[in-house]
Design a protein around this ligand. Structure first.
Ligand code: SF4
Ligand code: SF4
Ligand code: FES
Length: 536
């Protein structure tokens, strides 16, 4: 691989790659505002200027400039090397690039900072980007000058509603055009543009339009300063109080990688941010996914219930035992959930296959919905591939309803409260069951119809593996502590097994994972032990 040097560090690059991107891949940040690894590079902010040594045998390109000399109290002529934007300049073999080590570059960065902050309001204490703003960071690293402008700054529109989800503050905008390019190049809806020039520059929404669609939140996330904020997160939390977990969005089968930000003081989740993964979501998430962090707290099953009344876990397990004991395996359906983790599903399959002796595996989860060619998948479940890996011959939820109506299935043990369809036929069929034991994190028709329900942790409260539509196994790490009486689904399955008299030998997540690795997938011919041979 060809290489170049940046401040003496050797950096490999792919042919055609820019200096800034190759450095960024190596974990070296060349300061920038307008550059984003997923967008085109207009080179309009000039923060990434670097000094490049001339190629062997060539003269350096020099510029004639006038420089203020305080001793002379006048300008004097000087020559400076012409700096280049690292975001547009392609790397070349043997190139010698200087950033921090060049006095000219340091001066240029300082100048850009001063220029950007000429009219920028000093409202960091009330700005939502405070704590993660590039203007603040770079001022500290590359600015640190006395403000020379004594005039009143230019005032521009503040708190402008671009649409239902995004608010724009023109005074804070550094005109990097990232939001404009994102809507054009990624969301494929060029609804934003720039108007006026110089100090009066501002971003605006096309006349007659609002900033709407499935990717409006991303404009806030690409904004390097606090000019764009989401109505959802605005003024809700200070970022320095938040902790983050590496998570996986649960909104659809794409499985976008995300940061799940939470406040440990309140055990509360506040937002999702995209986490870069070039194989899955690159740098983006959709709006529906971005607001789905709320599911950590809404529609949750937080208490064990027996016939609708709150109970202790012990009482619920006893009730489940009395419902299921002695029922022939043939009449028991086990329902895996595409909403739950691979670990939860593996535990239930293990219990069902090894001990209960059922051959009837079905799947549940949410139904299909909107899809596009950017990120959004029609399958609104994060783990459909996962449950199919565990039991490839899984029958559909519709088949379960048919089998209940035909009287073949009398008892159900299910993971997850959701169903793909929530209609009166589903409700009527579930009502016919003699026994319905549900282990679920979220409410839904199955949870509401359950005779016994055990509260499971959601993806935000326990670490779990999810297999996305492409078959990638991805781990969503635990963020907050379990809410209410919730416990990990795999643990509740083990407790249910023990209540039924079986020796479910997994008490720790690592044990579940170690055994999952031994049996990564179940072949089509997966057989279960008949109930008559079940290990008591
Ligand atoms: S709103 Fe933000 S992303 Fe858009 S041009 Fe201004 S600073 Fe850049
Ligand atoms: S595309 Fe799917 S996984 Fe990605 S953010 Fe949207 S809902 Fe979440
Ligand atoms: S990052 Fe290169 S000019 Fe803006």
């Amino acid at each position: 691989m060809p290489t170049f040097t940046y401040d003496g560090t050797t950096i490999p690059f792919e042919p055609g790659e820019t200096i800034i991107k190759a450095a960024w891949r190596q974990g070296i940040e060349i300061p920038h505002y307008c550059w984003h690894p997923g967008l085109s590079a207009p080179a309009n902010c000039r923060m990434c200027l670097v000094e490049i040594a001339p190629a062997p045998g060539q003269r350096a390109m020099m510029l004639d400039v006038l420089e203020w000399d305080p001793a002379l109290n006048d300008y004097r002529p000087r020559q400076k090397p012409k700096l280049q934007p690292a975001c547009q300049m392609q790397a070349a073999e043997g190139m010698q690039v200087r950033g921090d080590t060049s006095e000219n570059v340091r001066e240029a960065r300082k100048g850009v900072q001063e220029f950007l902050l000429l009219n920028h309001p000093v409202d960091c204490p009330i700005c939502d980007q405070s704590g993660e703003c590039k203007l603040q960071d770079y001022w500290l690293e590359h600015g640190q000058y006395q403000k020379r402008m004594r005039d009143e700054p230019i005032h521009k529109p503040k708190a402008v509603r671009f649409g239902p989800s995004i608010v724009y503050d023109a005074e804070r905008c550094v005109m990097c055009t990232r939001c404009i390019r994102f809507m054009d190049e990624v969301a494929q809806d060029p609804v934003l543009d720039m108007r006026e020039r110089g100090n009066l520059n501002e971003v605006f929404v096309a006349p007659g339009r609002e900033l709407t669609g499935h990717y409006t939140f991303m404009t806030e996330h690409v904004c390097p300063v606090g000019a764009l904020t989401t109505v959802d997160f605005r003024f809700k939390a200070r970022v320095w109080f938040l902790r983050t977990a590496k998570s996986v969005c649960q909104g659809c089968a794409t499985g976008c990688n995300a940061h799940l930000d939470y406040d440990p003081r309140y055990n509360k989740v506040y937002r999702y941010r995209p986490r870069d993964n070039e194989q899955v979501n690159q740098y983006w998430m959709c709006d529906e996914g971005m607001v789905s962090y709320k599911r950590a707290h809404t529609d949750r099953v937080l208490d064990p219930r027996v016939k609708g009344a709150t109970a202790t876990v012990k009482k619920a397990l006893e009730a489940a035992k009395s419902q299921l004991e002695g029922v022939p395996g043939e009449g028991v359906a086990v329902v895996l959930s595409a909403q739950h983790s691979l670990e939860d599903n593996w535990a239930l399959r293990e219990l069902a296959g090894t001990f209960l002796g059922t051959r009837s595996f079905y799947a549940t989860g949410l139904g299909e919905g909107y899809a596009d060619t950017i990120l959004i998948h029609a399958d609104k479940n994060p783990n459909t591939r996962g449950v199919l890996e565990l039991v490839p011959s899984l029958r559909s939820f519709g088949q379960l309803i048919d089998d209940i109506e035909a009287g073949k299935i009398t008892h159900v043990i299910a993971l997850g409260g959701e169903t793909p369809v929530a209609d009166s036929r589903t409700e009527a069929a579930l009502d016919r069951l003699a026994g319905l034991v549900v282990i679920a994190a979220h409410d839904g028709p199955l949870a509401r119809a359950a005779h016994v329900i055990l509260p499971a942790t959601s993806w935000a409260e326990s670490s779990g593996t999810y297999v996305n539509a492409k078959g990638l196994h991805q781990v969503a790490e635990k963020a907050i502590e379990p809410q209410g009486a919730a416990a990990p689904g795999w643990q509740l399955v083990a407790e249910l097994g023990q209540a039924l008299g079986y020796d479910a030998q997994w008490t720790k997540l690592k044990q579940v994972r170690a055994r999952m690795i031994q049996v990564p997938t179940v072949p089509e011919s997966f057989t279960v032990r008949p109930s008559s041979q079940a290990t008591p």
